[in-house]
Each structure stands twice: as C-alpha cells, then as structure tokens.
Design a protein around this ligand. Structure first.
Ligand code: EPZ
Length: 420
C-alpha cells in the first residue's frame, strides 16, 4: 500500500492545472448507456473512480477505449444489465447506472452499495422515483432488481431531500421515458447541469436546467446520439488547491478553473482574509496577514459544499479565534477530526457541529486517511505541520484526486509517495 510523506513548512508558488471533475464525469459516463452509438469524452480526471466505472461498462458488454483523459465508449454491444457487487462495493456512484440501464433495456440488477465512511447514504429516493415512473423494484440478495418491460412512464417526482445522484439517475431515466417527467426539488450542482446539457444536446427537451425544477420530455425508448463532451473543471479539486495556498500563506494560480462554480468557498476564504485575482479560466489566491476565524454550514449548491468541509477545517485550525462548522449533509463526515487532532489541532465535536480552537502549531505525525476529502485535509495539514507527516491509506485520495502529490510538489511542497 502507498502512503504520502510530507515535510511541512514549504511555501508554494506557481501554477496548477485543475483536472476534469470526477463528479461530473461519473454521471456522464453512466449516461452513455442511453446511447447505442460511440461517444468520446475528454478532460476526464485520471483517477481510480473513473477507471472503475469504465470497467463496469466493459463488464456490461460496452466497448471502452480509455487513454488517461480521453475515453471513447461504444455501448451498442451492451449485453448484460447486471452491475455486480464486486464493482458497486468499490464505488457507490456505480448506482448511477440504475436509471439508464432500466430506461434503455427495461430491466436491470444493480448491487446495493452498502455502508460508507461518511454516512448511511441510502438510495431510497432514487428507488421511489423510479417506482413513480412505473418500475417494479425488488430488493433481494443484496441487489436492486428493477423492471419496466414496457418502458418507463413520465411522472411528477417530488424529492423529499435534494439529492445529486437521485436527480442524475432520474434525469437519465426520464430522457428515454414515455411522456414528460417533472422533478421538483432537483439538485442544481454544476455537475447536474453538465449532465442535463449533454442530454439536451442529444435532442432531449429539458426545461429548467440549473434550477430546482426540471421538466424532461422523454424519447419513448429511442436511444440518444451524444456529441463529444469535455468534462467541466473539478470545483472540489480547485477548492482544495485554494486551501493549499491558504494554509501555507502562498500565492498560487489555478488554471482551467471556473470561479463561478466555487463562489461559496471563495467567499469564505475572503471572510478569512484572503484575496483573489480572477480571469475567465484562472484564479490566483493571495496570502493574508492572519487567518480570521469563520463559521460555516454545509448545504446544497450554491451553498458551501460538504466536499470542502474537511479541507476548510484544516485551514481553520490555523486561524486566530474559534470557528464552528456544521455538517448538514452527511451525519458521519467528521472522521478527519481525530486525525487532525493527532497533528496537534484542538477540535471538539458535538453531534454534527465541530468547534475548531486556535493553536500555535501543528506537528507532523502518522495519520490515516478515512475518505476522499478527509485525506486531502490531512495532506493540507501536513503542508504546514512541523516535521514529517505520513498520510496512510491514500487509496481514498487516488479515487478522486488526479496526481495530487505531483501537482503539489510542482508547486514547491516537499511531498513524496512511498510504499508501506
Ligand atoms: C454526491 O453524492 C457526490 N458524489 C458526493 O461527493 C457529494 O458529497 C454529495 O453529492 C453531496 O454534494 C458524486 O457526485 C459521485 P446526495 P450523492 O444524494 O449523490 C441523502 C466526493 O467526495 N439521500 O446528494 O450520493 C444522503 O444520505 C463525494 O466526491 C437520501 O436520504 O449525494 C445525503 O444526506 C462524496 N436518500 C443527502 O441526501 C437517497 O436516496 C445528499 O446526498 C439519496 C440521498
């Protein structure tokens, strides 16, 4: 197993190029199931989760030609509709094949994703919505078996909670359904928007893109023909590099990034004292005198993202004064707290609220990554901790960060990947 060794204290400088968004690429890869013609995707991040989902398409009988950031996918040969436990248990986002498989083939079996380090993460809302569209759903032997032999029927779906994956699954299912589907309380994250735009560009009429109400006019099982699609920049990777600039008090420039998508994170960094130069595809962060404490609450887009909570906590450890973070999306997304405390942070947890108290300094130690974003928070802390920090179990990082140690060392960090 690999681990990252970081010697803290270096200032960063220079440019970092932001990769394509994992969370945009995953639903887009799943959406290719809606087509029986080849499609090319560009600007894919070179991360494990992308390879896992492409492997699943191959197991379903699709043909995939994948080179680092580009994949050409041809699902005309798709012959199986069973997404097996072996893959789904590695990556929850595999559940995104449920809607498109059911819509195109009228039946499918998808393994239930099971437990997750950040919370329970049920899929009840996906299933209820598909049932409202006429699917019969049966859960047996750890699998969701879904059937709609005569195709899915457009319906009015009201999500009890805003769900990114649920919205994506139902948009994909609705695009091949008979008639009109209305999704009320839809997610409007940039990744959902890109999925909708790709399906719209394939000829499906979708009203309300980017809003909480989507109206999708289905094709009645006619497969879609997609155009080549370039994946949008990863707003969470971008936010993580802004935090790297912030925690090390360095001036760095992010290239190939869209500032609009990370407005909530930038607003918080401004409150903390940092400033920015922004161009249409770059952001430069400037250091500040001292990091001011702030409070933040995670919520749906355009609010502050849960996927940036751990990284901000690492930066706030270095702030003057006490900060409060309330995590509203995932009940267990605080596994990084005890690891940050091993590095000398003073963070107290009560329920879903963390109090981050000021400290003089962090000290390097061995720490364990527990999930993707928690891992990047530990790397950020390692950049300023005195001495050596070893971040173990970095397979979590490899799922979603494209060459994190390479990009950070190019910026001047002392970070290497080693074998246990
Ligand atoms: C997506 O997960 C992202 N994953 C997550 O990123 C992100 O943290 C999350 O959205 C929230 O922004 C991908 O896009 C692949 P949800 P998703 O359905 O779709 C509850 C990362 O680090 N819920 O919007 O699974 C759920 O438990 C990852 O890159 C139900 O109760 O999230 C949560 O409390 C981690 N029933 C809330 O809704 C359901 O059927 C939002 O979850 C579905 C969700």
């Amino acid at each position: 197993m690999d681990y990252l060794q970081i010697k803290g204290g270096n200032k960063l400088q220079g440019d970092v190029v932001i990769s394509g968004a994992k969370n945009a690429a995953l639903p887009i890869i799943a959406a290719t199931i809606l087509s029986d013609k080849p499609i090319t995707l560009t600007n894919l991040p070179n991360v494990v989760d992308i390879r896992t989902l492409l492997k699943l398409l191959g197991m379903l009988g699709g043909s995939v030609d994948h080179q680092k950031t580009v994949a050409t996918i041809d699902n005309s040969t798709m012959s199986s509709t069973k997404a097996v436990y072996e893959i789904v248990s590695q990556m929850r986002a595999s559940i995104l094949v449920l809607g498109p498989l059911l819509a195109r083939f009228g039946e499918c079996e998808v393994s239930l994703p099971g437990g997750c380090a950040i919370g329970q993460r049920p899929i009840d809302l996906h299933l209820k919505a598909l049932e409202a569209m006429g699917a019969t759903i049966d859960i047996r032997g750890g699998y969701v078996r879904a059937e709609a032999p005569n195709g899915l029927q457009g319906a009015k779906i009201i999500f009890d909670k805003i769900t990114v994956g649920g919205t994506e699954n139902i948009v994909m299912a609705a695009s091949l359904a008979k008639g009109v589907t209305t999704i009320i309380n839809a997610a409007k994250e940039p990744e959902v928007v890109q999925l909708c735009e790709m399906i719209r560009d394939a000829g499906v009429k979708i009203e309300g893109i980017g809003s909480n109400e989507l109206i999708i006019h289905g094709t009645n099982q006619k497969p879609l023909t997609f155009q080549e699609t370039q994946i949008i920049p990863d707003r969470i990777e971008a936010g993580t590099y802004l935090c790297a600039g912030a925690i090390t008090q360095s001036k760095i420039t992010l290239q190939q990034v869209n500032a609009e998508d990370i407005r909530a994170s930038m607003n918080k960094l401004e409150e903390m004292g940092f400033s920015f130069d922004i161009t249409p595809n770059s952001i430069t962060i400037h250091p500040c005198q001292e990091i001011k404490h702030v409070d933040l609450i995670t919520t749906e887009y355009p609010g502050f993202p849960t996927d940036m909570q751990a990284q901000f906590m690492a930066v706030l450890v270095m702030a003057v004064g006490e900060s409060l973070i309330e995590e509203r999306l995932f009940e267990n997304r605080f596994m990084h707290v005890s690891e940050l405390n091993r590095l000398g942070a003073d963070i107290w947890l009560k329920g879903n609220i963390a109090a981050i108290r000021p400290i003089e300094k962090l000290y390097g130690a061995d720490v364990m990554a527990t999930d993707l974003r928690a891992s990047s928070a530990l790397v950020l802390a390692g950049l300023v901790a005195q001495g050596t920090t070893n971040v173990h179990r970095i397979y979590h990082l490899d799922r979603g960060y494209d060459n994190l140690e390479g990009k950070l060392s190019k910026l001047g960090a002392d970070i290497v990947r080693l074998k246990e």
